[in-house]
Design a protein around this ligand. Structure first.
Ligand SMILES: [Zn+2]
Length: 276
């Protein structure tokens, strides 16, 4: 028996070229902008308020792992969009967050015949806002997170992006079921958590044995296929050397890698099921 991975989309977030691909690649001597451009990028994006800017929308997935009797959810995705946009506005970020009815996490799980109470384990790959948005819905699940992430949500340094102390309640509301870890951890026979850092101090990826071999649910260690195929990190980075080292390590140990914020993934896997 091996496990099956379902990709459920919980909404979309606006992003920029520099957030998707590290540095200022349009001026980089090693590659042209066209070579590095992330899927879906447009020079002119028209906003509701009439403004126009370059950028792209990226999906915000969660990953459901089926098999071995336990139901495991990787991250809880995008929460309330109005709340998120107001929260980010406090920090000078005016990115758009959207979701349609089918992208409500309860609806998306319902289509798989599951309710929030059916989830046994939630893995929080890191504590950026788009990975913890629906924590409070999973009232029966055990939550797993790396110790290194806690301090960033509780008391983020001013330069740490995407951690919001106003959202501490996303963690305290599940603190009676919180399993705080340090390092790698085997969750079950077919599911292993690997601490990789890079994007965030306590960033984890999830290695899953499937019929396609060992699949790496990369979370935000890779945002998109440019990050994977060019070994070129995304913009928000906590530790560049960790990213370089673990990029090699993950590629050496995975048969397939799933980036987190790239609509191209949905074109490759139209059923949104990996390891059927
Ligand atoms: Zn993310």
């Amino acid at each position: 028996m091996s496990a099956k991975i379902h990709c459920l989309i919980t909404g979309a977030l606006e992003s920029s070229y520099r957030t998707s691909v590290y540095g200022a690649p349009e001026r980089h001597p090693a590659a042209t902008k066209e070579e590095l451009v992330p899927y879906g990028y447009k020079e002119r994006v028209y906003h509701e308020d009439g403004s126009v800017s370059p950028g792209l929308m990226v999906p915000v997935p969660v990953w459901l792992i089926e098999g071995e009797g336990k139901t495991i959810l990787i991250d809880t995705g995008l929460g309330d969009c109005d709340e998120i946009m107001a929260l980010q506005n406090n920090y000078g970020i005016d990115y758009i967050a959207t979701k349609n009815k089918d992208e409500e996490i309860v609806t998306a799980l319902g289509k798989k015949g599951l309710g929030p109470d059916d989830i046994d384990i939630v893995v929080l790959t890191h504590l950026h806002f788009d990975h913890i948005g629906n924590n409070e819905l999973f009232s029966k699940a055990r939550f797993v997170v790396q110790r290194d992430e806690i301090q960033f949500l509780v008391s983020p340094p001013p330069f740490a992006t995407f951690y919001y102390r106003e959202w501490q309640h996303k963690l305290t509301s599940v603190s009676d079921r919180l399993h705080i870890m340090e390092g790698d951890y085997r969750l079950s026979k077919d599911v292993e958590l690997i601490k990789v850092g890079g994007h965030a101090a306590g960033q984890m990826v999830v290695m899953v044995n499937t019929t396609l071999g060992k699949v790496c649910i990369a979370s935000d260690f890779y945002y998109n296929y440019t990050n994977i195929n060019r070994a070129w990190p995304m913009g928000p980075l906590w530790n560049v050397q960790q990213w370089i080292d673990n990029d090699r390590r993950l590629k050496g140990h995975s048969d397939l890698i799933l980036p987190n914020h790239d609509y191209a993934l949905l074109e490759k896997y139209p059923s949104r099921i990996i390891g059927e």
